[in-house]
Design a protein around this ligand. Structure first.
Ligand code: ZN
Ligand code: FE
Length: 238
């Protein structure tokens, strides 16, 4: 049996929250509860004990359910980057690049990946990576608070720490439109053509894999800060 179970919870229009369970202890965490209601509904059938919220960044569509869940589950730990203290409702635990915390019998590792926001972090546990809005399947988040060079360094962090087989659980279902942009950026790329075709036949495209991102995500594939910045500016208008 897998040591870790991940269940996606569609929220709002196109957000994903995730329930995560350590199978040896039955402890449960929720990643980015956009809103409380769908999480509460899912928890009626998802067995285990909710002990923590893992927030990837402060945006309301990732933290909107925090307060209601903390109210319902007193003592819930709320994790976020230390710089998001005051911006993430109910934050109790401050993380930084390289932080490791225990979740049941598992270790969760944190990487600081600023760009979309200055406090964006990714959570690594076993074969699973939770990226929030820093990385989408086939794309990446807009630079609301960061610069292209910040994003370039954050993508380099992923290149250092992601294994090809890692599964990527991202913040939004934007895959099809991202891959349409990717195809415009790299019209000769056969892997992008196939991934776009596949995404058009699916309602839910998560999880992605790091191997697929290396082959298809133009932002991951950009080799210089300049080309990354140009891609991001183009995508903002696409
Ligand atoms: Zn966001
Ligand atoms: Fe978002």
């Amino acid at each position: 049996m897998a040591q870790l179970t991940v269940q996606p919870i569609p929220c709002l229009r196109d957000n994903y929250a995730y329930l995560v369970r350590c199978e040896s202890t039955g402890l449960v965490a929720v990643v980015d509860p956009s809103e409380a209601e769908p999480i509460q509904t899912a928890l009626r059938t998802f067995e285990g004990e909710l002990i923590a919220i893992w927030n990837t960044h402060h945006h309301w569509d990732h933290t909107g359910g925090n307060e209601a869940l903390v109210g319902q589950y007193p003592g819930l730990q709320v994790f976020g980057h230390h710089s998001d203290r005051g911006r993430i409702p109910g934050q109790t635990d401050d993380l930084e690049d390289g932080s490791v915390f225990t979740f049941g019998q598992l270790n969760v590792r944190v990487r600081h990946v600023p760009g979309h926001t200055t406090g964006s972090i990714a959570y690594f546990v076993q074969n699973e990576v939770f990226t929030g809005d820093m990385l989408f399947i086939g794309g990446c988040g807009r630079l609301f608070e960061g610069t292209p060079s910040m994003l370039f360094e954050s993508l380099s962090q992923l290149k250092r720490y992601c294994r090809p087989e890692n599964r990527l659980w991202v913040g939004h279902e934007y895959t099809e439109s991202n891959l349409r942009f990717a195809q415009a950026a790299e019209p000769q790329n056969e892997a992008i053509r196939k991934a776009l075709e596949r995404s058009q036949s699916l309602q839910v495209t998560i999880p992605g894999s790091w191997a697929d991102e290396l082959a298809t995500n133009p932002f991951v594939r950009a080799e210089t800060v300049e080309s990354l910045g140009a891609l991001r500016a183009w995508k903002d208008e696409f």
